[in-house]
Write a protein that binds this ligand. Structure first.
Ligand code: PMP
Length: 300
C-alpha cells in the first residue's frame, strides 16, 4: 500500500487514516467499494473505465441505502483525487486504486440511511491475484450469497466473507481459487473474478442476474469479443459444463484474463491456456493500453 491516501476530505499518511472501532463500517462491514487499474504507458498513467467504476460505486451506495455519497461527491472530484494520489505517491509502476465509501456513524445499529459516510482511496502495486499462464480451481462447498439476501451487483465489503470462506477452502485444498455455484448448482463466478467458458468456439458466461458481480472486465470482454467476431452467449452454466469446456478463463481488475487449466482435478481442454483465451488476453491488454472508440481510458 502506498504511503499517501485520501481519507474523508484530504490526502494524509496512511497511518493517520483510521476508522472508529464503533463505526458501522467496522462493526457490520457497512462499506461499498471498487478497485480499478492504472496502467503506465510511457509517461502517461491511464485509468481503465474510471467512469464505470465511479458509477458502480454510486449504484452500490444506492442499493445499500448510503444516500450521502452521491449527494456529496462528483465524478470530477473522484478523478481529481485519483490524479493527486498518483502524483503524491510518485507512481512508477502499474497500480490498483481502491475507493471505499464507509458508513462512519458510531453505534448506529443495523441501519444504513441518513448516516454519515466518508470516502477513502488508496493505491497499491498491481500484482494480479491469478497467473496469466494457468490457474487451478476448486468448486466451493460454500454457495454464492443469493441476490435476494445480499445484492450481488452491489460491491459490499461485508459480503466478501463469502469469498474469503471459499477462497481459503480452495487454498487449503491446494488450489488457486474457487468456483462459486448458486443455490441451483449453476456456476456464478470466482472469489473476486467473473468466469467465461469456451465451447465449440462460442464464449459463454452466466448472465448478470445469476448472483454475480457485474464485473467491468466481464462487460469489456463481452463488448470486445463481439467486435472480434466471437459469439458470446449469456446463460446459466452447469458445473459439468466446466469439466467438458474447451477453455475456461477468469477475468477482473485484479485477475486480468486468467486461463483456467484445471477444475476439481480435471484438466480443462488439453490442460494449457487455449487459443480463444490467448486472443481475449491480448485484446483485453490492448484496451488498457490504447484508447479505442470506447473512450475507456482516463489520463490520471
Ligand atoms: N466478481 C467479484 C466477486 C469481484 O470481487 C470482482 C472484482 N471486483 C469481479 C467479479 C470482477 O469485477 P471487475 O471486472 O469490475 O474488477
Amino acid at each position: 500500500m502506498h504511503k499517501k491516501v485520501f481519507f474523508k476530505d484530504k490526502i494524509i499518511d496512511k497511518e493517520k487514516a483510521n476508522l472508529s472501532i464503533g463505526s458501522s463500517a467496522v462493526l457490520y462491514g457497512l462499506s461499498v467499494y471498487t478497485v480499478f487499474s492504472v496502467t503506465l504507458v510511457g509517461d502517461r498513467k491511464l485509468a481503465f473505465r474510471l467512469k464505470d467504476h465511479y458509477q458502480r460505486l454510486i449504484n452500490s451506495s444506492k442499493i445499500i441505502g448510503l444516500d450521502g455519497f452521491e449527494e456529496n461527491w462528483s465524478y470530477e472530484s473522484f478523478v481529481d483525487i485519483t490524479k493527486k494520489l498518483i502524483e503524491k505517491n510518485k507512481v512508477k509502476k502499474d497500480v490498483y486504486v481502491r475507493a471505499t465509501v464507509h458508513v462512519n456513524a458510531e453505534i448506529a445499529g443495523t441501519k444504513s440511511r441518513g448516516l454519515p459516510t466518508i470516502l477513502s482511496v488508496f493505491i497499491y502495486d498491481a500484482v494480479p491475484i491469478l497467473s496469466s499462464e494457468g490457474c487451478r480451481l476448486k468448486t466451493s462447498t460454500w454457495r454464492r450469497i443469493p441476490d435476494y439476501s445480499i445484492p450481488s451487483r452491489a460491491k459490499v465489503n461485508g459480503a466478501y466473507i463469502n469469498s474469503v470462506l471459499a477462497k481459503q477452502e480452495a487454498i487449503d485444498a491446494g488450489f488457486d481459487d474457487c468456483v462459486f455455484l448458486d443455490g441451483h448448482g449453476h456456476v456464478c463466478e470466482l472469489s473476486a473474478a467473473n468466469i467465461f467458458i469456451v465451447r465449440n468456439g462460442k464464449l459463454i458466461t452466466p448472465d448478470s442476474t445469476q448472483d454475480l458481480l457485474e464485473g467491468i472486465n466481464r462487460d469489456t470482454i463481452i463488448k470486445l469479443s463481439k467486435e472480434h467476431d466471437l459469439t458470446v452467449v449469456e446463460r446459466p452454466i452447469d458445473l459439468t459444463e466446466l469439466y467438458v469446456a474447451d477453455e475456461v478463463f477468469a477475468c477482473g481488475t485484479s485477475a486480468n484474463v486468467a486461463p483456467v487449466v484445471e477444475i476439481d482435478s480435471r484438466k480443462v481442454g488439453d490442460g494449457k491456456p487455449g487459443k480463444v483465451t490467448r486472443k481475449v488476453q491480448e485484446f483485453h491488454k490492448q484496451a488498457r493500453h490504447n484508447q479505442s472508440t470506447h473512450n475507456w481510458l482516463t489520463e490520471v
